[in-house]
Design a protein around this ligand. Sequence first.
Ligand SMILES: [Zn+2]
Ligand SMILES: [Zn+2]
Length: 279
Amino acid sequence: MKTNYHNHCYLDDGNGELFEHADSAIKNGLTGLGFSCHAPLPFINEWTLTTKTLPTYLEGVKKLKSEYKERLDIALGLEVDYIPGKMGPSSQWIKDLKLDYVIGSVHMLEDPATGTYYDVDGPDEGFLHLLKNVYKNDIKKMVAAYFHAEISLMEEHEFDILGHCDLIKKKNKDNKFFDQNEAWYRKEALGMLEVLAGKDIIMEINTGAIARGYQTEFYPNLWMLKEAFRMNIPITLNSDCHQPEKISESYTESMTIIKDIGYRELQILIDGKWLGKGI
Ligand SMILES: [Zn+2]
Ligand SMILES: [Zn+2]
């Protein structure tokens, strides 16, 4: 069973019409497809839905869901950012949308001097601004802040899937800023995984950075996935698709790795419930 519950389209920072993603899912043998455009943010940005495009998105996915129901199990979701004290996956307005599922993700950290949020995964300037101005070039502090934001997200909000749990490594190709095997990094990442293990939240194996050439490995890294297995954290395989043709990018290789680690099932959304299905 192949599924993807992390999917963007032309309405946010992805490409392609909704139906193009659905057609590609069928062509690539997927049985389930969840749309998860970025939820609107309380400030202007280039990468999320807006309060104007949100209704278009919701109606569009609902329509597609009924049109494709004999061929593909389509689910309506959102990828929701965490902004402490302002919004997160269980904000009332998100609950009121009655979505099939929600991905909770941390993409941004705040510069407390200005109250501005900067992406850790967008243009390099944002990442470098945070590192230089907020964390005074101390990457350990920045990594710790990222994992702590994920911990607060999980402590304060209820949601289905934790998005790309080690996104902070996105700009770290060839260990440019840190080594994920160093003790201090392991400690921060493990602290986050331990909180995740105590919640009813699924960890995604996210192949998106491979599809876009930022990384040669998925999120999370291998040792984190081994720890997640040891902690019995349930997983699902997602492509964080931004282009219809990459809907199951690197799935075959990823599935082999997941099985080698010991996982025997992936979480699938069936009739509104997450169920473990054998792989
Ligand atoms: Zn994301
Ligand atoms: Zn995404």
